[in-house]
Design a binder for this molecule. Structure first.
Ligand SMILES: [Zn+2]
Length: 175
């Protein structure tokens, strides 16, 4: 991992080509930046490890997440369902709320995996509520969302790509 200054300078290659949303494949990640292939694989491994912690007795859809901070810490999360449904919390928000409650507010990337009964057969994109929580704490042009089927099969997006025109604290600042 590079020093703090480099982390702050981090920018990710554009995810869009000719107006189409194009996932960044592993071999397109810059190897000399904080988000290299091994960092992605490590986050995916941590997210997959959280599938066994998922509490999903109603949907049986297990989700795991691993959130990387700029201080190079990883906060994990799983989805936590509830018999009354509304209080259910997603894996991504579990990870974010754990991190923020520990004093973290600067984030680099999150890996998300999921599938019925914990079997990953497709990418598991964050729901709209989780995207909005990411918008509260992350620079949408820099924060990376890694969707994975395995450590070898993943793609990455910026938050701006999956939440265009996102609403944040900047929208309610005084002029
Ligand atoms: Zn969610």
């Amino acid at each position: 991992m590079k020093d703090e200054d480099n982390n702050m300078e981090f920018t990710f290659p554009a995810c869009r080509q000719a107006g189409e949303l194009v996932p960044i494949k592993a071999d397109q990640l810059p190897s000399d930046e904080i988000m290299n292939d091994s960092v992605c694989k490590n986050l995916i491994r941590e997210a997959i490890g959280m599938l066994k912690r998922s509490y999903a007795p109603y949907s049986s859809f297990h989700v795991g997440a691993a959130l990387l901070t700029k201080t190079n810490k990883i906060y994990t999360g799983c989805n936590i369902e509830n018999a009354t449904f509304t209080p259910t919390n997603c894996a991504e928000r579990t990870a974010f709320f754990k991190a923020v409650s520990e004093g973290e507010k600067d984030f680099v990337a999150i890996a998300v995996v999921g599938g019925r009964k914990g079997n990953i057969i497709d990418y598991c994109p964050p729901c709209g509520v989780c995207r909005q929580v990411m918008m509260e704490f992350c620079d949408p042009k820099k924060f990376i969302i890694i969707l994975a089927k395995s450590e070898e099969d993943y793609c990455a997006y910026t938050l701006a790509d999956i939440l265009p025109l996102g609403f944040s604290a900047k929208n309610i600042e005084d002029e």
